[in-house]
Design a protein around this ligand. Structure first.
Ligand code: NAP
Length: 552
């Protein structure tokens, strides 16, 4: 490999490399990156820690795992023939159904030949001298490329339980985000589930069906709505397929990246109590979180408005759960509805009416330790044969912070993000040239139909690389000022909503020591994509493009 020569005042011409682009991650983002970049003639390689592709949908195999976005929406849009061919069995896809789809896409488009499985990336270091990223795997292999894409996912770093005593537990314990491939049989076991976010709420009814006794340890009650899952209605499916191209396009002009939900036109308190009740009742019956939050314009903006929607759900919980103490405990009381990920469930609250299921409040009496035979709270001790940790993820930044990413001689990404993530558009970090993120922090990713956002970012990055090629540039980086302005803008947008009122993984506060910073961009996909388009139209405003190709 020839050594590059440094030239004063310019970036060095880049040295030869193993690949044009290295992709970290073989989930939905990594796979689409391969497809998209290959199309423009780039030589790519994706590295995936798992022994299969699919990312989130590969690891989260817990019973009841299902997407909370409807099947007809939650898929790639780049293959219109597949859109027509694919048959989703149910309104909401199960984890196996979604993984089957992802595997099919990988095979259909021959993506696996550019994926290296069973390979976790440990470091990514940029050399000013060679103008290349050197990416090193856990096995010590190092490969180089001028550009690197972090397709590392937002909910891909399970939060490992840090309770003392866990190593001495005699039974088996599981994390929902690292579920054994072969499945788990809880028959005849006394099972404890810790955590009542989406993963807990989805798995609890299924675990209850098997377990001899199920004890749910809840620190924070969350709002959950009935998913109303059912086999996909063939009439609706045919109608959707007939409009697929238009719907896919229209989705980009919506806040959540999902078409078919007309935005509300009224504020909650402008309606009478009767009208509101009828509205919430209809949405409750329909199933789906966007539909419910789209009942009124101001549900995520105004506390009094939100209170009406929150009260309605609390009433439903009280009416469903027979034991009054359990029902009261299940009623969320410390955050406005929708400010934490609104959960969709199938018979969650009903599960607490089963005689062998009980709920323990671990807010008033926190878990102290795992014992060899169960767990101890500050008030009581529980005998358990198996423990399920549905304790969530080091979301949005966890996977990237685990990789040592830096420019030679510079600060690591983790150091740069000590006070919270700082990105420009959620796509790049100032000072890290040619390193792109897909659905990075400060982008709408997790607040949208993820696959749409993944495609948007990947297309944006691919177009950017093509632009660089055409204009003879080899290097792009976000300016400090652009990042600063974007971080501030993201915060201002969040502060104009109720979102920061919840202690959620959006804020990072579920991870001890992680700075409390609201991470997603909540201005909506439509606003965000317009902004990204404007940045490009203004000559990649906020980015510096430089360098020259070797031999130029
Ligand atoms: P999560 O929402 O972060 O929930 C973690 C749960 O564990 C919370 O109830 C949390 O309580 C509890 N917990 C954590 N540490 C604890 C401790 N030391 N003691 C007691 N309780 C503790 O994680 P998740 O349920 O895995 O969901 C994460 C996100 O993944 C979701 O919000 C969603 O976006 C996505 N997801 C989506 C689906 C779907 O599409 N249907 C399914 C699963 C997950 P606190 O709230 O008090 O911290």
């Amino acid at each position: 490999m020839p050594d590059a020569t440094l030239e004063t005042g310019r970036s060095a011409p880049r040295a030869q490399s193993d690949f044009d682009v290295i992709i970290v991650g073989g989930g939905l983002a990594g796979l689409y990156s391969i497809y998209r970049l290959r199309k423009q003639g780039l030589k790519v390689r994706a590295y995936e820690a798992g022994d299969g592709v699919g990312g989130t949908w590969f690891w989260n195999r817990y019973p009841g795992c299902r997407c909370d976005v409807e099947s007809m929406e939650y898929s790639y849009s780049f293959d219109p023939e597949l859109d027509q061919e694919w048959k989703w069995p149910e309104r909401y896809g199960t984890q196996p159904a979604i993984l089957e789809y992802i595997d099919h896409v990988a095979e259909r488009h021959d993506l696996m030949r550019d994926v290296q499985l069973n390979t976790r990336i440990k470091t990514a270091v940029f050399s000013e001298k060679t103008q290349l990223w050197s990416v090193t795997t856990e096995h010590g292999e190092t490969v180089t490329a001028p550009a690197c894409i972090m397709a590392t996912g937002n909910l891909s770093t399970p939060r490992k339980p840090d309770f003392p005593g866990i190593d001495d537990f005699k039974g088996n314990w599981y994390h929902t985000g690292l579920w054994p491939k072969e499945g788990v049989d809880f028959t005849d076991l006394r099972v404890g589930v810790i955590g009542t976010g989406s993963s807990g709420v989805q798995s609890i009814p299924h675990i209850a069906e098997q377990a001899k006794e199920l004890t749910v340890f809840q620190r924070t009650a969350n709002f959950s709505l009935p998913a109303r899952n059912a086999p996909l209605d063939p009439v609706k499916e045919a109608a959707h397929k007939a409009e697929y191209p238009e719907r896919r396009k229209a989705a980009y002009d919506t806040p959540f990246g999902i078409a078919g939900f007309p935005p509300p036109t009224q504020n909650a308190l402008e309606a009478t109590e009767e009208e509101r009740r009828a509205q919430y009742e209809a949405k409750w019956g329909e199933g789906g979180s966007i539909s419910y939050l789209f009942s009124y314009k101001d549900l995520l903006l105004d506390e009094a408005a939100n209170q009406t929607a929150s009260d309605f759900v609390r009433e439903k919980i009280l009416a469903t759960v027979k034991d009054p103490k359990t029902a009261e405990l299940l009623c969320p009381n410390n955050h406005p509805i929708g400010t934490k990920r609104l959960i969709l469930d199938s018979y969650y609250y009903e599960t607490f009416n089963k005689p062998h299921v009980s709920l323990v409040d671990v807010r008033s009496a926190p878990i102290q330790e795992i014992t060899p035979t169960g767990l101890k709270t500050t008030e009581d001790e529980y005998e358990l044969d198996a423990i399920v940790f549905a304790t969530g993820f080091d979301a949005m930044t966890g996977a990237m912070r685990e990789i040592d990413i830096h420019v030679e001689g510079g600060k690591t990404l983790e150091e740069q993000w000590e006070d919270g993530p700082r990105t420009y558009l959620g796509i790049m970090v100032a000072g890290l040239p040619n390193l792109f993120m897909i659905t990075g922090p400060q982008s709408p990713g997790v607040k949208s139909q993820m696959i749409l956002s993944i495609q948007w970012h990947t297309d944006w990055i691919a177009d950017c690389l093509e632009h660089m090629k055409v204009t003879g540039k080899t290097r792009i980086e976000a300016t400090e000022q652009a990042a600063e302005d974007w971080v501030n803008h993201t915060r201002e947008v969040a502060d104009s909503t109720l979102y920061p009122k919840a202690n959620s993984w959006y804020m990072g506060v579920n991870i001890p020591g992680k700075p409390a910073v609201f991470m997603p961009y909540v201005g909506g996909v439509h606003t965000y994509t317009a902004k990204c388009n404007a940045v490009v139209a203004n000559g990649y405003e906020g980015f510096v493009l430089s360098g020259e190709t070797v031999g130029a």
